[in-house]
Design a binder for this molecule. Sequence first.
Ligand SMILES: [Zn+2]
Length: 219
Amino acid sequence: MSIPKHHPDPAMLVEFSAGTLGTAQSICVAAHLHFCEHCRNEVLRLDQIGSQLLSQSEPETVDSNLFDSVMSKIDELPEEQEIKFDKEDLRFPLPVAKLFNKAEVVPEWKKMSSSVDVAQLVTGQSDYEVALHKICAGGKTPKHSHSGKEYTVVLEGSFSDESSVYSEGDFILRKEGDEHQPMGAQNGECICLSALEAPIKLSSPFGFLMKPWLRLNPM
Ligand SMILES: [Zn+2]
């Protein structure tokens, strides 16, 4: 396993440790942590600081109505299915495997373009479209710009764009206005986890052909 070169920014790790990061971003950070010892250690350190702060703070009195309303919200949540994964045998990091909600972690690929397949994942939130993308060896994706944030974590293989080569575990954040054209590595297919904030705009004049496939509804 190579050592990731691209990491979530420190503020994201702080939020991840504090449990205040959104679901989709947390899934991406957790997938990165699977590959990145450096960030795992950083989260451990933050967790320790957090628990020290908690133990130093004065216990607060909580309104009993607030407590009841929180408990009723928890009761309303659907019961989580306990699936036994064979961790030795898992193709994807556990936080990603869990999204399949079944023991067989086999993506249901759908063609997005001649070189990209997509398998959407159900995450119980609608702020981000979370999916796996598979770029075939040497495959070019359409040049596109982003109208919102996109988090990407490379799970298998590697891809490149105008600015860098990204390998297993690399964590990439694209922001509004960023334009790029990812390309799969020549030596094999590349599978990425991605969380997309808003539908992306294609720069190509033929972009309209792609649009229906880019809009995913994970809910
Ligand atoms: Zn890292």
